[in-house]
Design a protein around this ligand. Structure first.
Ligand code: PAF
Length: 295
């Protein structure tokens, strides 16, 4: 595995690969790899000639009171894990390398962001689309892999790829979970042991919502109320949002008989956890999401 820290060097490497008509799969990350990241890399390895992963904690997508400084980092561990799963090129730029001067162009997304994390984190997805656009230009991937845990991010990148005509296929892979159902996340290390136990209720509550749909409950308000009760009864976390929306448009829905996402964010003392379930129009859980098709 090659470690590349400079944009120019990465550009040159990609040019060589493009000349050889190599198919490039790309996994953008902020590092501190867990199984979720590694699954994305393994899938990219199966489906492409070359796998590029990036590790970059992007300051642009953190608000002033958010956890940029506290965001967990472990470069040495990331390098050995990436190497182990067969990543070919690992791009680890510094902030100065990615943003050598204040950006003269600002990017703003104005759809799919007035809900869920976008509502609670103003400017967050502007930062995401900015860095993802830069990474797309630097790495020029054929396919890009994201985890469906952050389904709003997948919806936002879907819009970015369409609107800016990137010749890239977007692939969303299933959320990887701990044994008790908690979605794997770099932020889980910030949970106290009591919170860690309570955190498994997010997924249990979402699954209960799914069972209600399977049993014929199509009213989103009732699903939301039931999930809300489970979280409040079993955790000390504070629900930041709990919404049922169409996917990937992320618009309010009045019934569940369409492709919808049930998405939740719960604030614990030092960690804000998100999770979701994507349901098809006949109530099945959709785990893989690919632009233009679902499985
Ligand atoms: O999901 C993440 O880790 C980040 O938002 C991403 C896509 C790498 C952009 O910084």
């Amino acid at each position: 595995m090659e470690i590349i820290r400079e944009v120019n060097e990465m550009h040159n490497r990609i040019m060589m690969l493009k000349q050889k008509q190599k198919k490039i799969g790309f996994v953008p990350t902020m590092g501190f790899f867990h199984d979720g990241h590694l699954q994305l890399m393994k899938k990219a390895k199966e489906e492409n000639d070359i796998v590029v992963a990036s590790v970059f904690v992007n300051p642009l997508q953190f608000g002033p009171n958010e956890d940029f400084d506290r965001y967990p980092r472990n470069e040495a561990d990331d390098i050995s894990k990436a190497e182990h799963v067969g990543v070919d090129l690992l791009f680890i730029p510094t902030v100065n390398e990615m943003y050598p001067q204040k950006m003269k162009i600002t990017m703003t997304i104005n759809d799919r962001i007035d809900v869920l994390c976008g509502k609670a984190r103003p400017g967050h997805f502007d930062g995401v689309i900015t860095v993802v656009t830069k990474l797309f230009h630097i790495i020029q991937p054929n396919q890009v892999y994201f985890g469906m845990k952050d389904a709003q991010q997948v919806a936002v990148v879907d819009a970015l790829i369409h609107d800016l005509n990137f010749p890239i296929t977007l692939i969303g892979l299933p959320t990887v979970r701990e044994e008790d159902g908690l979605a794997k996340s770099s932020r889980n290390v910030n949970l106290s042991s009591r919170e860690r136990n309570e955190a498994s209720w997010l997924y249990k509550a979402l699954k209960h919502g799914h069972h209600l749909v399977v049993d014929g409950e199509y009213n989103p308000a009732i699903i939301i109320k039931e999930i809300n009760n489970i979280i409040s009864d079993n955790t000390e976390g504070v629900i930041d949002y709990l919404e049922v929306l169409s996917y990937p448009e992320l618009k309010p829905v009045s019934h569940m008989k369409q492709q919808v996402i049930i998405a939740i964010a719960v604030q614990f003392e030092r960690a804000r956890l998100i999770d979701n379930l994507l349901l098809s129009d006949d109530g099945h859980i959709i785990r893989f999401w690919k632009q233009g098709e679902t499985k």
